[in-house]
Structures are given as structure tokens and as C-alpha cells.
Design a protein around this ligand. Structure first.
Ligand code: SF4
Length: 360
């Protein structure tokens, strides 16, 4: 095997123009790190999914859960057996994708039966309601995974569920994590996302927004008050954000929008190519980059990173073709662990979740 090669994103910025944002990306730029959004757009230019880091396990399970709800709403899953079988099938599909895209990822364990059971419980309750709604009213339409393209106002996204009823729209978003923050308040980003979906529905003349609803993994519903003026106000913020992001690309002033904060960088989907990343030395998983200066054996690579010499062991876990070819190459190791959690040194070991990239 060879490590995945990543082209230098610094040579791609001329090809990056951001024309639209999804509601979730917009809310991330406002509260998170804009540089991550830019790096992701730069990676998208290469049209190769293996260049982006895999989503974390919860996010992948969230995708599976969304799919289950979508198929339930469409009537393609109608019993516990259907739901269980579909879950297993979707987990295998996701695991296969991980294995195909990330050759150094040895631990592609995804399943979580607590989440599966919660999802099945909610899908069954959804089934009862859908049947009732179909019987009760011929005017009600339920859409799942509805694509909304409002490129003319800078927005594009997929709404989890829309209920169109007599010209009114209820917007529903499924969340696989916690919907409330530490103080027990619904997270602002979710309110922003739902308000933007409502505005997109209005813009596309699908109906008049009536309610906004979040549903968590346990099927608990949280209604978010809908403020039409707020929705409308967010639109101007989306356009301003697009302008700021594109100006940042043109001026290459990336430090202005990067937010290297420990909590964010640790799980950032672009930390393998970010020059600003900040990962605490006390984190179990580390991301390191350096040029290979020595190869004492196929199992250990020695890298130079600034003034520091880094030692990475455990490479025999992979059958690397001609490992000596990596001498002089720049490598990034994502999810390596410190060899000793006590010693303050630069020795690391490969873990089952390690990803290795060669930076071109
Ligand atoms: S690693 Fe940190 S600074 Fe870099 S893009 Fe990600 S969140 Fe931003």
C-alpha cells in the first residue's frame, strides 16, 4: 500500500470561489472556524473523497439514522424486521466506504445498538403518525431529504423533513447529538439552521413557514419559536459571509478567519492540512506533520517538524510498498497516540484509528 497523497491546497485557491453555503455551514462559519470551510472547499476542487478526513462515528451513524427515517417516511420500511435489516445493511455500506477511502484506518467499527434501538423506536412512531396523516388529510404532503437550491440568495441545502399542509410548512430537522447547550438552552446554531431552511422554503414558494422542530436521537421533539424577521435578517448575513470568505481567499489572509481552539481543532475535518491547528499535548489523539529524515526500520519513521524531531513507531501495521521511498517526504499522521502519556517527548505510536497522508 501507499499513503494517500494530498495535493498542496495552496496551489488551488485560484480555483476556489464560494457561491453558496448550506445552513449548517453558515452557522459553523459564524460560531466556528471559517478556515475549515475554506479548506473543505479547496479539497472539494479535487473531487476525491479520500482527501477529506472521515466523519466521526456519531456523524456517520447520524447519516444512517437520517436514511432510515427517509425510507420510513417513503413507506419502504414498515416493520421492526425491515428497520433492523436496513440498519445492518447501511452500517456495512458505511464501513466499506471507510475501508475503500482510508487504507490505513484499521478500526472501522461503527455499530451502536443503543442508537439503533432509539432510531427504530422513533421510526416506528413516525410510521404510525404518517399512516394517520395520510388517512386524515389528503392535502398534507411530507417530504424527506428535500433538496433546496436557492443559489440566487447564496444558499443550498437538504432539509431533513418538510410537512406541507394547506400552504403552510413545518420544517423538521433530525439531530444525532445533543440539541441543548450546557445551560440547557437549544443551541443557537440549530435555531439559525431551521430559520434559514424556513426562509429557503419561502423563497422557493413551497409555502408559508409555520413551525420549526428539532427531533433528537431519542425521538424527543423540541419546537423552536419561528421569527420571520430573524429568518429574513439571516439572509443578509449569509451574503456578507460569502463576501468575507471570498475576500479571504483572494487576499490569502487566512489567519483572519482561522480559529485554532483546542476543542474545535481536535475533531476538525481539515486538521490534516491546516497550518494553524492547535491540539493540546494532553489529548490522547495527536495530529503531527513532519519531513521524514530517517527510517531506522520499516516500523519506525523519524520526522523533523520545525525544531522538533518526532519518532513514530508501529508502521509495520501497514504493508507499505518500498517504505524507503518516504525518506525526504512530508507526512501527516492523524490520530497517533503519544507512546508515553507521562513523558514529555515526541514519540508516538500508530493506533487503530490512524490515518497517514503524504503532503505533496
Ligand atoms: S484545525 Fe483548527 S484552525 Fe485549522 S481549520 Fe480546523 S478548526 Fe480551524
Amino acid at each position: 500500500m501507499r499513503f494517500t497523497q494530498i495535493p498542496n491546497v495552496d496551489n488551488t485557491w485560484d480555483n476556489v470561489t464560494i457561491k453558496t453555503l448550506s445552513p449548517s455551514t453558515f452557522s459553523w462559519v459564524s460560531r466556528g472556524c471559517g478556515y475549515q470551510v475554506l479548506l473543505q472547499k479547496a479539497l472539494n476542487v479535487f473531487n476525491d473523497t479520500s482527501l477529506s478526513l472521515p466523519s466521526n462515528r456519531n456523524a456517520i451513524l447520524g447519516t444512517i439514522i437520517h436514511k432510515m427515517y427517509e425510507l420510513t417516511l417513503k413507506g419502504e420500511l414498515s416493520s421492526i424486521a425491515d428497520l433492523k435489516n436496513k440498519w445492518e445493511e447501511l452500517v456495512i455500506v458505511e464501513k466499506d466506504k471507510l475501508s475503500a477511502n482510508y487504507p490505513t484506518l484499521r478500526h472501522a467499527s461503527l455499530n451502536n445498538y443503543d442508537k439503533r434501538n432509539s432510531a427504530i423506536r422513533y421510526a416506528l412512531s413516525m410510521l404510525k403518525k404518517t399512516n394517520k396523516a395520510t388517512v386524515d388529510s389528503g392535502t398534507k404532503k411530507v417530504y424527506s431529504e428535500k433538496r433546496l437550491d436557492c443559489s440566487d440568495i447564496g444558499l443550498k441545502g437538504v432539509a431533513d423533513k418538510l410537512i406541507v399542509d394547506n400552504g403552510c410548512i413545518d420544517v423538521v430537522d433530525f439531530k444525532s447529538g445533543h440539541v441543548k447547550d450546557e445551560s440547557g438552552i437549544i443551541k443557537l446554531e440549530y435555531s439559525i439552521q431551521l430559520h434559514l431552511y424556513a426562509e429557503m422554503c419561502k423563497h422557493l414558494s413551497l409555502g408559508i413557514p409555520r413551525s420549526l422542530m428539532l427531533i433528537d436521537i431519542d425521538g424527543e421533539c423540541f419546537e423552536i419559536p419561528y421569527f420571520p424577521e430573524y429568518s429574513h435578517h439571516l439572509l443578509s448575513e449569509v451574503l456578507e459571509t460569502l463576501q468575507v470568505l471570498n475576500n479571504t481567499v483572494s487576499s490569502r489572509s487566512f489567519s483572519s478567519c482561522a480559529k485554532p481552539e483546542l476543542g474545535m481543532c481536535l475533531n476538525c475535518s481539515c486538521r490534516h492540512i491546516c497550518k494553524f491547528r492547535a491540539i493540546g499535548s494532553d489529548s490522547y489523539y495527536q495530529t503531527i506533520t513532519g519531513r521524514v529524515i530517517e527510517l531506522p526500520s520499516s516500523n519506525m519513521y523519524v520526522l523533523q517538524s520545525g525544531d522538533n524531531t518526532l519518532f513514530v513507531s508501529g508502521l509495520d501495521a501497514y504493508e507499505v510498498d518500498s517504505y524507503r521511498d518516504y525518506l525526504g517526504k512530508m507526512l501527516t499522521f492523524v490520530n497517533v497516540a503519544r507512546a508515553s502519556q507521562i513523558a514529555d517527548d515526541y514519540t508516538y505510536k500508530i493506533t487503530e484509528n490512524t490515518l497517514v497522508y503524504e503532503q505533496l
